[in-house]
Design a protein around this ligand. Sequence first.
Ligand SMILES: [Zn+2]
Length: 236
Amino acid sequence: MAELTELKKKLAMSSRMLFNSGLVDYSGHISVRIPGSDHLLILPHPVSRAIVKPDDMVVTDFDGKVIEGNYKAPSEVFMHARAYKARSDIQSVAHLHNHMVATLSMVDKPFYPASSNPGAFFGPGALPKYMDPALIHTIEQGDAVAKALGKADALMLRGHGSMVVAQSIEWVFAACVDLEEAAARFYKAALLGPVLVYNEDETQRVMKGRRKDSVVQKVWDHNVAKTKLAGLMEGI
Ligand SMILES: [Zn+2]
């Protein structure tokens, strides 16, 4: 029970932090698997991401059906639910309509996150892309997104945004920040000339310094402070 209370609090905090970072606006959501169950906790559909509270969170099963809560689940809950169903290693999922990744998703060119240090978070190679631009409103669409994600940590959704998965809310939050920064840098660099994408060895060496709990915690703590300073952590 104490664990559930803590997860709800972290979801509310991360939602306000994503809002404060410009990564979500009126839409976009983050969720967490309820440990040892086939259920997840997710932001409610109608409540602003800037003011959502721990007790607003909704519980659904892996078919996206609401089990508990005072609100509807987001209409794209299936993206979260089916990712947890497909991969037992995923503990948290975020879906963003983030500007830079959405922009890159609209071009018929690969996006290589590992051409800047934040992007090395995602390892070598181009970010996978889900090509159907429709919103994810069914179990079947959720399964198709999970299939396109494969074993990756993030996925571009063509003309739509991104999905980020990881082993905790803190890791997903840090990955969301890194992915958007990597996309912004890739976009600007590509305007200047061919991008010098990190090779396998370079990616692994940079990733070693990037993908660790201490860095994730630093990103989290900085954004907690920034969001408090903006006056957006009231009531949590
Ligand atoms: Zn969406």
